[in-house]
Every structure is written in structure tokens, then in C-alpha cells.
Design a protein around this ligand. Structure first.
Ligand code: SAM
Length: 295
């Protein structure tokens, strides 16, 4: 089958099947072989690897994955794409095409069956509206994971990579960085896709931490504190947490904890590092009041 990284081959396939793009599935297909090579390189795909591809489309990246990996499972929600994928991938024996919604797939089981429970690599060019639930779902469900190499909206990639003092820094940055090391590996302009999206994209690699980087007594409490801090970004941390309905923290408690950490009592949440959020939540978790009231 012809290389779908070449635009004329993608157009030929779309015409052959008279394919109608489905907006609700966020379908923008890659047509640039340099970007495809870059994704394979960034994900460090080798013949040892089992790869889960989410949203293969007409199989463009899947072809590149099959060339480079040991085995690929490609999960595609749009049943109209399945006969096309069977055609474009017919030369490869190392791929399975699953017609499913990735949010409903038991990925733990998949990793067990296909990779004996060893960490898997995930590669995806996803519709932007399900990027965050998919990434966080993969991390939070503790799927054995080596890395996720993913095409996302440029702004989302920047948010994932941001640290304190940068305007894009927020709850998503901290959630991603708690689990993984994010690195933007390529910026991808709209003309690399058919049809062209309205926004710029970026490929980001999230390499899962092998060991936990932080000691957190109560992850749930830490993430509630983080969310509350950024929901009220312009407020001081003490006031932001005091106002948050999902927390039960008194101003004095937060103030005392900040003092113990050597932080200014009028500091804003956006100035804290992930380590400082972890330390703060550990202190607040230890206090009698919060451990009785917050679980
Ligand atoms: N990977 C292809 C490429 O790069 O050319 C297609 C990328 S396109 C942006 C996103 C793909 O994800 C589409 O084929 C779409 O149908 C599929 N998709 C959308 N939601 C999905 C879901 N929940 N589960 C699995 N696939 C999904």
C-alpha cells in the first residue's frame, strides 16, 4: 500500500472510499511524512515495542508504527474507517484494528495481554476535546505506561510543559508533571493536515516517571488544593482555599502551613511548585481538622 504520509496517496484513499469527515470525531488526518518520522523518533519506537495507537484515522501513522514496532493495536471509534484501515494496512501482519471508543477500552487488560503487563507506549493524534480525559485517564488508572507521544493543540502542549511564573501554568501542568516528564518535540502547522484545523498543533512526549517523584499522603487532597488554587488564580492561596467548596480548610490552617513551609502568607497558588503543593497538602492532611473532615 502506498505511503499515506504523501498527500496525493491520502487524497486517493479518501476519494476511493468517498469518505465524509466527521466533525464530531475531530478528524484531521496527517499528510506530512516529516512529522510522522518525528513522532516515531520521539516515541523511540523499536521492534521490541508494543504500541497502542488511539484514533488511527485512515492508518497513516499506523503504517509508520507497523514498520517500526513489534506489534500495534489501533483503536478507532468511527466504523466507517474500519474497511479503509483493513485496506491501507493489509500489508502488515503486526496490527490489530479495534472498532471501539478508547474511553471504554480496558487498557490495563490490553497491556497484560499484549505486553505481559510491561509498560506500553501510546501514540495518538487525538481530537482535542478528549485529549485531557484520555491522558489523565491513562495516568490515574495506573496503566503500565512508558510514554505517551501525542499531537495536541499547541496551547495545551504549552500548558502541560509550563512551570511557576509562566502564564500557562495551571492545574493541567501540575497533574501531568506529577505523573510524567513533558517535552514538546515538534510544532505542527495546520497545513500538515487534511482538512486543515483552525489552530496550531504540537507533538508532546510524556515520559512516565518510573518512581514516584514526590511523597504525597493524600493525592486526592493535593489535587483538590491545586484545582482550588487555580480556580481563583488572582486570589491569595489562603483566600482561594478558604473559599473553595470542595475543601474544608480554615484560613488559619493554611496560613500556618505556609509559615511552616517558609512561604509568604500572601502568596498566590500560581507561584507554588509541584513539590510545594505536595508539602502543603501533606501538612494540611496531618492536621486533625482536615484529616477528620476531608477524605
Ligand atoms: N491518527 C490519524 C492521523 O494522524 O491522520 C487520525 C487523527 S484524527 C485527529 C483523530 C482520530 O481519532 C479520528 O480518526 C477519529 O475518528 C478518532 N477518534 C475520535 N474519538 C475517538 C475515541 N473516543 N476513541 C477512538 N478513536 C477516536
Amino acid at each position: 500500500m502506498a505511503d499515506l504520509g504523501k498527500p496525493q496517496n491520502t487524497i486517493a484513499v479518501l476519494q476511493k472510499y468517498n469518505f465524509n469527515f466527521q466533525k464530531k470525531f475531530g478528524q484531521n488526518f496527517l499528510i506530512d511524512s516529516r512529522v510522522l518520522d518525528k513522532i516515531i523518533e520521539a516515541a523511540t519506537i523499536t521492534k521490541e515495542d508494543f504500541v497502542l495507537e488511539i484514533g488511527p484515522g485512515i492508518g497513516t501513522m499506523t503504517q509508520y508504527l507497523c514498520e517500526n514496532a513489534r506489534e500495534v493495536v489501533a483503536v478507532e471509534i468511527d466504523r466507517n474507517l474500519i474497511p479503509i484501515l483493513k485496506d491501507t494496512l493489509k500489508d502488515y501482519q503486526n496490527v490489530e484494528i479495534w472498532n471501539e471508543d478508547i474511553l471504554k477500552v480496558d487498557i490495563n487488560r490490553l497491556a497484560q495481554e499484549k505486553n505481559q503487563g510491561r509498560p506500553i507506549k501510546v501514540v495518538a493524534n487525538l481530537p482535542y476535546y478528549i485529549t485531557t480525559p484520555i491522558i489523565m485517564g491513562l495516568f490515574e488508572s495506573h496503566v503500565p505506561l512508558e510514554s505517551i507521544t501525542i499531537m495536541v493543540q499547541k496551547e495545551v502542549a504549552e500548558r502541560m510543559q509550563a512551570g511557576p511564573g509562566i502564564k500557562d501554568y495551571g492545574a493541567l501542568s501540575l497533574a501531568v508533571q506529577y505523573y510524567a516528564k513533558p517535552e514538546i518535540v515538534a510544532h505542527v502547522p495546520p497545513n500538515c493536515f487534511i482538512p486543515r484545523p483552525k489552530v496550531g498543533s504540537a507533538v508532546i512526549r510524556l515520559t512516565r516517571h518510573r518512581e514516584k517523584v514526590l511523597k504525597v499522603e493524600n493525592e486526592n487532597l493535593m489535587f483538590r488544593i491545586i484545582r482550588a488554587s487555580f480556580n481563583q488564580r488572582r486570589k491569595t492561596l489562603v483566600n482561594g482555599l478558604n473559599n473553595a467548596k470542595e475543601l474544608n480548610l480554615k484560613k488559619e490552617q493554611t496560613g500556618k502551613a505556609l509559615e511552616q513551609l517558609g512561604l509568604n502568607p500572601s502568596i498566590r497558588g500560581e507561584a507554588l511548585t509541584l513539590q510545594q503543593f505536595a508539602d502543603l497538602s501533606n501538612l494540611l492532611c496531618e492536621s486533625d481538622y482536615s484529616s477528620n473532615e476531608i477524605s
